[in-house]
Write a protein that binds this ligand. Structure first.
Ligand code: UT7
Length: 314
């Protein structure tokens, strides 16, 4: 039986830090309000000359270096993004070219903030089927180019970043044990990019209610599907949308706070990049170790949702 998991990762976060205090200078807001309502303290914004593909390329390069994978090993490229440089060529096409990878299939997959989970599940199935051996899955978003800086409730939420995973065959006992994906287009009206202004529009209250319900339900169901209980889970990695939403999922799973990944304070909501950035962060800080069971869970515009339960290691 083929076991499929993540064999290496790499991330890129822009250097420019935008703190809550910086927002106090341009918006009617305060560090206290943002911290209390979202958990965010600061986020990174890419410079004008850095687009989504530039971040994706650096993250992918780092993932390949960290996993010892060469150009010839990559059989397919999937980029989860809702802020591509262009609709075509896709970010994945640009990554293929800039990293001089073979002429393998490359495409963008849009599922907003759930994109990385969708990408991981897609790669899993291609590898399970025996079609490909190694798939480069990247979550990359430059949300700062979609922010309406006059909208106090959305402007403060988002940040830019990218993170990449090499998905491939792993040893017995490791890898993805279960996943779940879903969508409901009826909720599209609550979170979308406006056709005219190109800015993100959001009904924060509705998205919040939906997210609290789905994140808890999904965390539990994907764990059960893997024949595990919350006691088996070493780390919950929720989409970093809002600390209160993340906390509701953690409590539903009965996990102590140290078993939940929190990078939201540093990076805000980086959309499709948020979950892989968090995994990479925890692995780097030795919080996720070989053999740990982890649950990834996310939701996003669409509305979309998804979760993965996996055993870390290769
Ligand atoms: O991946 C994308 C997923 N999106 C999310 O996860 C968003 C989920 N939703 C949320 O996190 C919350 O809706 C927010 C934190 C974004 C906003 O909280 P809210 O309680 O839904 O705020 P609201 O927009 O309904 O506004 C409530 C009050 C208003 O004041 P009044 O009219 O009650 O006096 C706003 O003016 O909060 C005020 N407000 C702010 N005050 C200071 C809204 N944004 C801000 C702000 N600073 N940035």
């Amino acid at each position: 039986m083929t076991n499929v998991g993540i064999i290496g990762m790499g991330s890129y976060l822009p250097e420019k830090v935008m703190t809550n205090h910086d927002f106090e200078k341009i918006l009617d807001t305060s560090d206290e309000w943002i911290t209390e309502m979202t958990g965010i303290k600061e986020r990174r914004f890419a410079e004008d000359n850095i687009d989504t593909s530039d971040m994706a390329v650096i993250a992918a390069k780092r993932a390949m270096e960290n996993s010892g994978v060469t150009k010839d090993d990559i059989d397919m490229i999937i980029v989860a993004t809702s802020t591509p440089d262009h609709h075509f060529p896709t970010v994945a096409n640009i990554v293929q070219s800039k990293l001089e990878l073979n002429h393998v299939p490359s495409f963008d997959q849009a599922a907003a903030c759930t994109g990385f989970i969708y990408g991981l599940a897609t790669a899993y199935n291609y590898i399970k089927a025996g079609t490909y051996k190694k798939v480069l899955v990247i979550g990359a978003d430059k949300l700062s180019k979609k922010i309406d800086f006059d909208d106090q409730s959305t402007a403060i939420l988002f940040g830019d970043g990218a993170s990449a995973a090499i998905v491939g065959e792993v040893s017995e006992g490791y890898g993805i044990k279960s996943f779940e994906l879903g969508s409901n287009g009826d909720g599209g009206k609550w979170l979308y990019d406006d056709k005219d202004t190109k800015y993100i529009k959001m009904n924060g209250r509705e998205v919040f209610k939906f997210a609290v319900r789905i994140m808890g339900e999904l965390s539990v169901s994907v764990t059960e599907k893997a024949d595990m209980t919350s006691e088996d889970i070493d780390m919950l990695i929720p989409h970093q949308a809002n600390i209160r939403i993340m906390e509701s999922a953690r409590k539903r799973m009965n996990l102590p706070r140290e078993k939940m990944s929190e990078t939201i304070q540093l990076y805000g909501n980086t959309s499709a990049a948020s979950i892989p950035i968090s995994i990479e962060h925890e692995v780097k800080h030795n919080k996720i170790k070989d053999g740990d069971n982890i649950v990834l869970v996310g939701f996003g515009g669409g509305l979309t949702w998804g979760a993965v339960c996996m055993t870390w290691g290769k």
